[in-house]
Design a protein around this ligand. Sequence first.
Ligand SMILES: *[C@@H]1O[C@H](CO)[C@@H](O)[C@H](O)[C@H]1NC(C)=O
Ligand SMILES: *[C@@H]1O[C@H](CO)[C@@H](O)[C@H](O)[C@H]1NC(C)=O
Length: 988
Amino acid sequence: MKPLALSLLLLWPSLVSLNGAGDGTWARFASLPYPEDNLFLHDTFPEGFMWSVGTSAYQTEGAWQQDGRGASVWDTFTHKQLSVNGDVASDSYNNIERDISAIQTLGVTHYRFSIAWARIFPDGLLSSRNEVGLRFYSHFIQRLRDIGVEPIVTLYHWDLPQALQDRYGGWVNETLVERFSEYAWFCFESFGHQVKYWITIDNPYALAWHGYGTGKLAPGIKGTPHVPYTVAHNLIKAHSKTWHIYNEHFRQSQQGLVSIALASHWVAPKNGDITPEAVQLCQCSINSVLGWFAKPIFVDGDYPECMKNNLKSLLPAFNDGEKLEIKKTADFFALSFGPLSFRLLDSNLLFNQSKKYLLRQLLYWIHTEYNNSKIFIVENGWDDSSGSTKTEDVYNMYPLKTFLMDVLKAIKYDGVDVIGYTAWSLVDGFEWDAGYNTRRGLFYIDFQSKEKERMPKSSAFFYQQVIEDKGFPPIPENKPITGTFPNSFVWGISEDVIQVETSPTTPQFVDRNIYKWDVNGTGKLLKVKGVMGQLRKAQCTDYSTIRQEIHLLKNTHATHFQFSLNWSLILPTGNTTQVTRANLRYYKCYVSELLRVNVTPVVVLYHPILEDQRLPSVLENNGGWINPETIQAFVEYARLCFRQLGNKVKFWITMSEPNGIKHIVAHKPNFTLLGHNLIKAHALVWHLYNNEFRKTQKGQISVSLHADWVDPANPFSRNDIEAAARSLEFDIGWFAEPIFGTGDYPFIMRDWQTQRQNTGWHNSYLPYFTNEEKELIRGSGDFVALNHYTTHIIHLEGQTGAKTGYEFKVQHLKDTTWLASPDGKAVVPGGLRKLLRWIKSKYGNIPIYITSNGIDDDSPSKDKLRVYYIQSYINEVLKALKLDGVNVRGYFAWALRDIDEPNYGFYTSNRAAKLSVEHYRRIVDNGGFPTSKITSTKCYQDLNSSAKCNPSFFRKQLLIFALCILSVFTATMFLIIYYSTKRCRKYK
Ligand SMILES: *[C@@H]1O[C@H](CO)[C@@H](O)[C@H](O)[C@H]1NC(C)=O
Ligand SMILES: *[C@@H]1O[C@H](CO)[C@@H](O)[C@H](O)[C@H]1NC(C)=O
């Protein structure tokens, strides 16, 4: 009995798997675990994964009249209708060895190319067979085998012999089914002993729709509406006939596989609303392009229902015999996904939904829609139309990385059986309707040159690396560590602005009545008639805002709270002769109330980039920080603050993120002068404190800097590596080097500015400090305070249309494989550790506080992104402390409360705690990440002694375990598989 039961279970998945189930794709991808699913997946591709790169004949071969090649429709079309053509293109026909060596450099296992039909049958027919053409391909295939690369041969990539177009009218004529199958037979016969992967036809959608409908592609026919459907009908028959020929006559001896390369876009419900109607429209959009061919070939020999309904008699019909003949005539699913599928997509076929460049969703759709087919991606990549890029093609490299990540997640998370990947293309070539305006090669070719050397681009180095690593293996230093921070470590929350309440709002102290408590009766207060009391003076506890905020703060268990004073609220005229006492009293109260609950106040005197913390308007109107008088005003303001608050405040920040001003005033040529005066003002205030207050008040004081990390966008580019290093100096070193280093600006900043000025960039003047000023500035900080939020990637100038930095031309690009916040901020925890190491390497072992670290999250209560963010960033701080010996003393999470919409706050604007409060509190209570008391394996082993284990943890484990088992048998429960496989792996 047992074996039978088992075999039934094993059969079950194939019985229940559903054709046409692709319509669940959108809902599924809208409900994946967040942010886990969006994280970069460090993992490798399955054993035996096929790494490939490809080209097509007309795009690269050139040599259009050489050695007896016949003309193709593309020769005719380009010569008549376009100003550019593939007469020479990449000249691959005459550069076999250059291509071979490029292929070898990449380390691919497979190479996809197409045979030019007219090179072996110049007039399209067997009778015209051309031995030289035949030998060319035999030789090329042999050379591939010599270097251990398997060929994937496309029989027909759009270049129909012109003779067949002339004689029969091309694919409108069913005769071509015969002509094509004869040609295919001949190719199987001639090359089949060396070729295991055959693609009959490439992208029949583009061919039918644009070759015979819009006329955008060769043969350039603008046919009546039914023509493209007739053409497609014949293409499907040609493919199926060819597959049967292979199946009956060659498969046994040659053991190869045959398919057709189908291209597709991806589409999602407009506005993201996944309604059944929108899903149906999306289904129909994909079915009208991909399904047009895939449904007959992979499912049932017939067109998709929605096409039949929409097109009625325009769409030809297959008879029952033909359906039987056509269905299931592909040995794997050959998918093409590239810019062409979007560029050449008829917008009517979007049915008003939105196109998306998402490969992973498409893979899952194909997987569910077409019965778990094995998918070989036979073309993927992007194009770079910026023109001026030569080999540093970050604009191709990042899409390549993104698509590869999509494929990896499709395999690992979605259970899609992707067996291979083809990067497109090997070399720059003729890009059809786009001519030579875009480049898609991994190797650059100077089309003007005679030699046509193949120069590896960054994307080639990148792809080579991925192949060598078999994907994206885990990086040991990314692994979270366990451990705790010293007891003295400071755990804080920081807030930019605190709302200032000018008068106490507690009502009871404006009421002079006396009350009596009705203890034995109603328990209410009873007014005692005829007696009036005295009003008492307002107390700090009377400010309801302070009470409320401190309550929130207490709940986080943070020991420190950082906030900014508002200069203009204290000194509206900028002058100490007029002090707004009420506001000053509010701040005093805030500080003393914090102290009352054992929270240390960290007070920022001035936060220049905040809109509502502008300079007192008198100062602003007198030139602001350009005017040296502002420096003196700041010193006087600081003196007042030290006097009034200094007996209670022991942790001062003179200015928060003064280096951030360049983000708001960068368009002004003199912004470096603003910075110059801010540095001087800071130094003077530090000396003021040091000389006049430190002895009695015993506090510490410094400046906090905006300090995001930057990485080179292109790790293979010296330019980008240098630009990233320079960018750190311009962003952070600008203030840090004078204050914590030499007393002067970073050398690289001065040097680069000089270079730029020499080449005509006059908008970047960097002022000089006198020697006395340098002395004053150097060492004017007790610690380094860093506000860190994200990591950018930086690419050096040279792109047309590039947004250029003001002090040097860099672009901030996005690595779309990184987790990003709703505002598009990259979540890169490792960036913080790199920053801390950089600070240590630059300024030595000075104490460091991270005075702000936070992320936007648009969830009003379950802010899982923030939970992930604070945990992983704090863990990187721990690594910096434990592993790198960085002298980091404290961490402040930003921010306490949202202002209106859910954004950076731990609490909503209505003071409701979000999920992150509890998580931050746990880290604070534990002092970091002590070794977990419950290790999962222990729980598995000691199932009986469950007292040690948290019962809810247990239930979860059991559930997961059950799901793991269930998932083996269940092909339909994809979500469950998804959640559990991850955890199974984690707890193994
Ligand atoms: C197909 O080609 C044959 C042979 O030239 C011709 O007789 C026939 O009319 C053509 N059919 C169409 C639909 O053009
Ligand atoms: C409440 O009741 C207790 C016991 O009966 C009595 O001693 C006390 O005086 C009462 N208090 C008031 C305020 O009436």
